[in-house]
Design a protein around this ligand. Structure first.
Ligand code: PHE
Length: 456
C-alpha cells in the first residue's frame, strides 16, 4: 500500500469538472481542431468529429472515470487491481507511453503560444498575410529559441505538479476556463461580422458529401476526438481516481464533453470566417501555422486588438498548461503508485520528455531531414501527432471499451457509477454503446485506415 497523502483528492465537484475540462480543453481544441477541419475538407470533418465525440468517445469517458474511481488507481494499477493476474496492465502502460509521447510534441506547440504572448504584446506580428505567415515560418525554424520555450513549458508543468493535485490544478483551471470562454465568444462575434465571413461559414458548415467515405478523414476525426477529450490513454482514469464517491461521474462527463466540444466549435467559428474574410486562404494547406497566421490579423481588426491578442495568447497558453499538467500527471501517478516519491517521478519524467521533444522542435525548419522525413513526406512533429493521436489513442480506447464492457463488466461499472444513489439516466444505452458500438466502430475505422495506408 502506498501512503495516501502522496495521491490527493479533488476539493469539490466543481473543482473536478474544471480540472477535467482543463485537461480536455487545450491546443487540441483551438490549434488542432481548425487545422484538422482544414485538412479534412471542412464541414464534413466537423460532422464526422461530432459523431465520434458523442457515439464513441463520450461513452469511453464515462468508462474511464468509472474505472479510475472504482480502483482509486493510476492507469497501470487500475487495470492490474481490477483484473489481477492478467496482461491488461499493458493497456495502462501503453497509456503512460502515450502521455509521454504526446507531451513531447505538445510542449513544442505550447511553447509557440508562450512566444506569441510576447510577440503580440510587443506588436511584433503585424503586416500583410504573407508577412505574418513568413514571420511564423522563421520563428518556428529557430531551433535554439524553441528548445528553450519547450523546456519552459515542461518546467512550469513540473512545478505545478509538484504543488500537488488540488492546489495546483484546480486553482489554475478555475480562473482560466470562464475567461477563455468569454474571450472566444467575443472573437467569434467579431469574426462573424467581418465582410465576406459567410464564405468561411459555408466552408465550416456545409458538408461536401464526397469526402464521407474517405477512411483517412474518418480516422483523423476519430483521433482528433480522442485527443481533444483526453481519452484513450488513461488521463480520465487518473483524474477519476481522485474523484470522491459523492461526485456524480456521469454528470461530470456530460459537462466536460460539452465544454470541450463547445470550445472546439467556437474556435472554428473564429478561424474560418476570419481566415476567408481577411486572407482568402486555403485551409487545406495551412497546417500547424493556421491559428498563428489568422488570429493576429483578426486582432488587428479589433479596437484594442493588441491587448485582446495578448490576453488571448495568455489564455491559450494557460489552456495548454492545464492539458500538459494532465499529460504529465498520467506517467507521474503511475510511478507514484509504484512507490516513487512524487518529486523524483516528476523530475525524471520532465528530463526524459525534454530530450524526446528536441526532434519535434527541430522538425519545423531547423533541421531539413527532420522537417521532411524521407519517404514519409511529413515532419517529425506531425509524425508524432499522427502516431499518438490517430493510432495509439483510438487503439487505447478500443481496449478500454473491451475491458470495461466485457472484462470488468458493464454491470459492475454501472454499479460503480450509481453508488450513493447517483443518477445514471441512460445506463442501458451506455452499456450497449460500450460493449458493442465503441469497440466495433473503432475496429472498423482502424482496419479501413490501415488498408488504405498499406494500399498506398
Ligand atoms: N485534450 C488536450 C487538448 O485538447 C490534450 C490531451 C490529450 C490532454 C490527452 C491529456 C491527454 O489539448
Amino acid at each position: 500500500m502506498i501512503a495516501s497523502e502522496n495521491r490527493g483528492n479533488w476539493g469539490s465537484r466543481l473543482g473536478f469538472i474544471l480540472a477535467a475540462a482543463g485537461s480536455a480543453v487545450g491546443l487540441g481544441n483551438i490549434w488542432g481542431f481548425p487545422m484538422q477541419v482544414g485538412k479534412g475538407g471542412g464541414a464534413i470533418f466537423v460532422l464526422l468529429y461530432l459523431v465520434c465525440v458523442f457515439v464513441i468517445c463520450f461513452p469511453i469517458m464515462i468508462a474511464e472515470l468509472a474505472l479510475g474511481r472504482s480502483s482509486g488507481k493510476s492507469p497501470i494499477e487500475a487495470f492490474a487491481v481490477t483484473k489481477p493476474r492478467s496482461g491488461w496492465w499493458l493497456v495502462g502502460t501503453m497509456g503512460v507511453l502515450a502521455g509521454v509521447g504526446i507531451l513531447s510534441f505538445y510542449a513544442v506547440i505550447a511553447g509557440w503560444t508562450l512566444a506569441y504572448v510576447w510577440f503580440t504584446a510587443t506588436g511584433a506580428v503585424v503586416g500583410t498575410s504573407a508577412e505574418i505567415g513568413a514571420f511564423f515560418g522563421a520563428f518556428v525554424a529557430d531551433g535554439n529559441k524553441n528548445v528553450v520555450l519547450s523546456l519552459a513549458v515542461l518546467v512550469i508543468t513540473a512545478a505545478i505538479l509538484l504543488g500537488g493535485v488540488q492546489k495546483g490544478i484546480e486553482r489554475a483551471a478555475k480562473f482560466m476556463m470562464p475567461a477563455l470562454f468569454g474571450l472566444l465568444i467575443l472573437l467569434g462575434l467579431r469574426a462573424l461580422t467581418l465582410p465576406g465571413a459567410s464564405e468561411g461559414l459555408a466552408y465550416y458548415l456545409k458538408p461536401d458529401w464526397n469526402e464521407i467515405s474517405n477512411p483517412q478523414v474518418i480516422n483523423a476525426a476519430l483521433g482528433q476526438a480522442f485527443f481533444s477529450l483526453s481519452l484513450g490513454m488513461g488521463a480520465m482514469i487518473t483524474y477519476g481516481s481522485y474523484l470522491s464517491k459523492q461526485t456524480n461521474a456521469v454528470t461530470s462527463a456530460v459537462w466536460v464533453a460539452s465544454l470541450d466540444t463547445a470550445v472546439a466549435l467556437l474556435a472554428g467559428f473564429i478561424i474560418f470566417p476570419a481566415g476567408f474574410s481577411i486572407m482568402g486562404f486555403d485551409p487545406s494547406t495551412s497546417g500547424p501555422g493556421l491559428i498563428f497566421a489568422v488570429l493576429p490579423q483578426l486582432f488587428a481588426t479589433l479596437p484594442g486588438g493588441q491587448l485582446f491578442g495578448t490576453f488571448f495568447f495568455v489564455l491559450l497558453a494557460l489552456a495548454a498548461l492545464t492539458s500538459t499538467i494532465s499529460l504529465l500527471e498520467v506517467p507521474t501517478s503511475a510511478l507514484v503508485d509504484r512507490g516513487w516519491p512524487r518529486k523524483k517521478a516528476v523530475l525524471v519524467l520532465t528530463a526524459s520528455i525534454t530530450a524526446l521533444a528536441i526532434p519535434s522542435v527541430l522538425s519545423q525548419g531547423a533541421v531539413a531531414s527532420l522537417s521532411s522525413l524521407p519517404g514519409l513526406g511529413m515532419d517529425f512533429l506531425t509524425l508524432m501527432a499522427t502516431v499518438w493521436n490517430n493510432w495509439a489513442l483510438p487503439i487505447g480506447g478500443f481496449l478500454i471499451s473491451i475491458f470495461v464492457g466485457w472484462v470488468w463488466g458493464a454491470d459492475k461499472a454501472v454499479a460503480e457509477l450509481t453508488t450513493e444513489g447517483a443518477h445514471f439516466p441512460f445506463a442501458k444505452g451506455w452499456v450497449f454503446l460500450i460493449k458493442y458500438v465503441c469497440p466495433l466502430a473503432i475496429l472498423f475505422i482502424i482496419i479501413m485506415t490501415a488498408r488504405g495506408f498499406f494500399a498506398g
